[in-house]
Design a protein around this ligand. Sequence first.
Ligand SMILES: *Cc1c(COP(=O)(O)O)cnc(C)c1O
Length: 469
Amino acid sequence: MSPEEFRELGHRVVDWVADYWSTVDQRPVLARVQPGEVAAALPASLPEKAEPLDAVLADLDRVLVPGLTHWQHPRFFAYFPANSSPAGVLGDLLSSGIGAQGMIWATSPAVTELEQVVLDQLREALGLPESFARSGAGGGVIQDTASTATFTALLAALHRATDGGARRAGVPPGRFTVYGSTQAHSSLLKAAMMSGLGEAAVRAVAVDPTTQAMDVAALREAMGADVAAGLTPVMVQAAVGTTSTGAVDPVAEIAPVAQEHGAWLHVDAAWAGVAAVCPEHRWIHDGVEHADSYVTNPHKWLLTTFDCSAFWVRDRAALVGALSILPEYLRNPATESGAVVDYRDWHPQLGRRFRSLKLWTVLRSYGLEGLRAHITNGVRQAQHFADLVRADARFEMVTDPVLGLVVFRVVGDDQRTMDLMEAVNAGGTAYLSHTKVEGRAALRMAIGSWQTTDADIDTTWDALVSHLS
Ligand SMILES: *Cc1c(COP(=O)(O)O)cnc(C)c1O
């Protein structure tokens, strides 16, 4: 395919995406296929001869689209939003076309330097502390996901706790402990598994039954008991916006407890953090100035096509110390001068995409005003939905709404709540997911797509009411 052919076919692909976005609300949100159905409808082997793009697009429409759950559907309210905005897609396309590998500064200086600059700008826009700025000892990096960010935070914490011993000799079994609330994201457990600490190292700290936020007294007690037993607390994770109910752990109160035992404080704000672009939501970052690391995902609620997870550390030396490598084939004068950042040393993998171009395209295309309007709109729609729930005696709120997340249930038996969710999801109008709060079933309505209108909220409410048995 020559650049000229690409130009023509590229226009058609852009048309396909624009048509998809403008008609996606006419499709059932949730895929309606049986396991194996998509695979069975695909050709078994690769073609010997080149096929035209038309053949690929035809199979996309015929086989794949019916097997999709439409995450960009305006009534996709399950899990958390995964915004893929027009600006995000265009920025991603530019990055793909350039195809640069930014593993070290020298392999494409602009890849590294744009990432440094845009993360400093985003840090400022979210009201995150100066200590994360690259002008001091800190810095930011784009990771693929929050899970990877949390894993690297744990590796940096272990590096600090062992004076570098972890990278040389591994971690001694049964010595280190990690803390998160019972509501901490599963990626914390996975990080412990991957780091070699093992699941047994993770302490699930109790939460306040009403707010679902970490009980700091329980944290203090758990850490004290472990230290008394001769163990070393290596990391505490505070959640700003838990996955289940959006609970915000009291970071400012957790910080001194972590500090007292020399534990690294990592803040997981994967979903909620970007809301701090609005001054009225900046309270969620109270206490983050004491954190050693922090992650939020522009690929969730901030209009940036997956993947793009923004991760900052206060002491980049701990992170780089844990992960630096310098094979002969990557030796170069810029690295040796110490004047540049080589992002290869900030995450598990070597190679890296030019993700900052996508993020920068989004941030500039919307401007801070546009970003704030997007967040504010989602929060307002969530408040409207919560009002509808509160006004209907057949439903009850489970927790107070947090930002764009409303957690509610049908009054009565848990089965009624689960039956209602299944009926609505099967009906195709909307897609909600569930959780358990204090052992009881609850539905999650996570709002935040740029395509969701007020009418979509009302339509979803109508669907819930009409399926209520
Ligand atoms: C979504 C989420 C994660 C995981 O995000 P990935 O980027 O998919 O790894 C972690 N923590 C919280 C609180 C989340 O909401």
